[in-house]
Write a protein that binds this ligand. Structure first.
Ligand code: HPA
Length: 238
């Protein structure tokens, strides 16, 4: 397949080597409006906005991934395979499984656990319930957080196919059996796509709610308040 793809209307060269992916395309717009200069929008298909610009003079792109593994699976596959993207960093929100995590804490994913069949269905050769981020990207993100004096928590997260479970307390079993400290819905598939395309992926998350304490941030705050995580990720512009 060549560009444009069924889901991205950009031309070759319109997208930087590194792409930050929030779930929400309006958050992608917010990041472009707030942090980037010389911004050019490269995608509007399905309103899944994507932008390329410069951060402190260095090139970077930002694009929505949508919610869930089928959605990020499509976009990350097309970015890696057809647009020569090397690095994708998901910058998302998560629900805390661990009582020690507080709203707005920033997490760096070291492993994604999932019950999802995404990896096995996609490539047929992957039976593991875990996928992994790039060590090199994680090292850069950790160094960036340290330089910005932003504390981060590293750990295993759960990539779930389901937001509204009938049995709410099921999360405790997943937390205890897999050591998952938080839940989101995309990282497992993103890490798998990076593996099969020989590219790189990482996942930074901000805690937007807690399954333990049942606290939650508003959707408005979610769109605008995740600045610490964005600043850590934007350091990857090159
Ligand atoms: N569940 C799944 N994904 C999420 C959550 C959650 O509670 N919070 C933010 N992303």
């Amino acid at each position: 397949m060549s560009v444009p793809t069924p889901h991205i209307e950009a031309k070759k060269g319109d997208i930087a080597k590194t792409v930050l992916m929030p779930g929400d395309p309006l958050r992608a717009k917010f990041i472009a409006d707030t942090y980037l200069e010389n911004v050019k929008r490269f995608n509007t298909v399905r309103n899944m906005f994507g932008y390329t610009g410069t951060y402190k003079g260095k090139r970077i792109s930002v694009m929505g991934s949508g919610m869930g593994m089928p959605s990020i699976g499509i976009y990350s596959y097309e970015l890696y395979n057809f647009y020569d993207v090397e690095n994708i960093v998901r910058v998302g929100s998560c629900g805390a499984y661990d009582a020690a995590l507080k709203l707005y804490d920033v997490l760096l994913t070291t492993r994604a656990y999932s019950e999802s069949s995404y990896a096995k269905t996609q490539s047929g050769d992957y039976d593991d319930a875990y996928t992994y981020p790039s060590d090199a990207l994680n090292a850069k993100l950790e160094a960036s957080a340290q330089a910005l004096k932003i504390p981060i928590t590293k750990g295993t997260i759960h990539s779930s196919d389901v937001f509204y479970r009938e049995n709410f307390d099921d999360f405790k079993t997943i937390r205890d059996e897999h050591g998952a400290i938080a839940v989101e819905m995309e990282a497992f598939a993103l890490f798998h796509n990076a593996r099969i395309t020989h590219k790189h992926a990482a996942c930074l998350l901000t805690v937007s709610d807690s399954l333990v304490t049942k606290e939650a941030t508003s959707s408005e705050a979610r769109q605008n308040a995740f600045t610490k995580m964005m600043e850590i990720a934007l350091s990857l512009a090159e």
